[in-house]
Design a protein around this ligand. Structure first.
Ligand code: 13P
Length: 255
């Protein structure tokens, strides 16, 4: 399975900073062979990313979108507006949107369907909070979030879908999940997808781990049988550290 490593910049980087990052990251592009690499800037920096990555194999993702095609939704962005700027992927249901903005499983489900209908590849984020984990609810939370998001999808959609397992307690804390916990969660995602669409179709899905990933620990996740990528926050903000992280991931799967 081809690795997919995505930079989620969250609310960081102006257009000027995005242009500088793209220029720097491209210098190492030859070292990323065989890995799908993408950057997910804020909306206003998408044109700069699009221009800065023209002719590059590095792809662009957005961090959110609305589920409707158009309409009276002040401040929102539709999938077609993202496509115009060369966006190929869109992060959906990130824990910061679920927990800070109140995004529901139902909204996440509608967004996943709208993204696929527009030809965007959704990166569906899911994962338990610290208290859910302490109460032994990890598997139940993953099951609830994934089942809701798979609602209304077809087996073929799994070829486009990426699921990012991001335990909320590991995001931005430096407390990365253990490799065993990441594998358990990713394997559960595959089992649930197989229950819905059959084992053969589930094989098309890619599962990322996210939460305090850096160059020093990414290798342990990429070596896992059910994990084939990472969604990276803090360590993706500097081109140098993001490049080092991609190279470390590549090394981990090459031997
Ligand atoms: P950190 O890598 O900063 O922990 O963030 C993870 C994340 O939320 C990526 O979407």
């Amino acid at each position: 399975m081809k690795l997919i490593i995505a930079a989620n910049w969250k609310m960081h980087k102006t257009a000027a900073a995005t242009a500088a990052f793209c220029q720097a990251l491209r210098r190492d592009e030859a070292l990323f062979e065989g890995v799908d690499v993408l950057v997910c800037p804020p909306f206003t920096s998408l044109p700069a990313a699009s221009a800065g990555l023209e002719g590059s194999t590095i792809k662009i993702g957005a961090q959110n979108m609305h589920s409707e095609e158009k309409g009276a939704y002040t401040g929102e962005i539709a999938a077609a507006m993202l496509v115009e700027f060369g966006v190929r992927y869109v992060i959906i249901g990130h824990s910061e949107r679920r927990h800070l903005m109140g995004e529901t499983d139902q909204q996440v489900s509608l967004k996943v369907r709208a993204a696929l209908a527009t030809g965007l590849q959704p990166i569906l984020c899911l994962g338990e909070t610290e208290s859910e984990r302490e109460q032994g609810q990890t598997a139940a939370v993953i099951k609830r979030q994934l089942t809701a998001a798979l609602e209304g999808l077809a087996a073929k959609d799994l070829l486009s879908l990426v699921v990012a397992y991001e335990p909320v307690w590991a995001i931005g804390t430096g407390k990365a999940a253990s490799a065993d916990d990441a594998e358990d969660a990713a394997a559960l995602v595959y089992r649930l997808a197989a229950e819905h669409f059959g084992a053969e179709s589930a094989k098309g899905l890619r599962v990322q781990y996210g939460g305090s990933v850096k160059a020093e620990n990414i290798g342990s996740y990429m070596a896992l049988p059910s994990v084939s990528g990472a969604l990276v926050g803090g360590a993706s903000l500097e081109a140098e550290s993001f490049s080092a992280l991609i190279q470390a991931a590549r090394k981990a799967v090459l031997h």
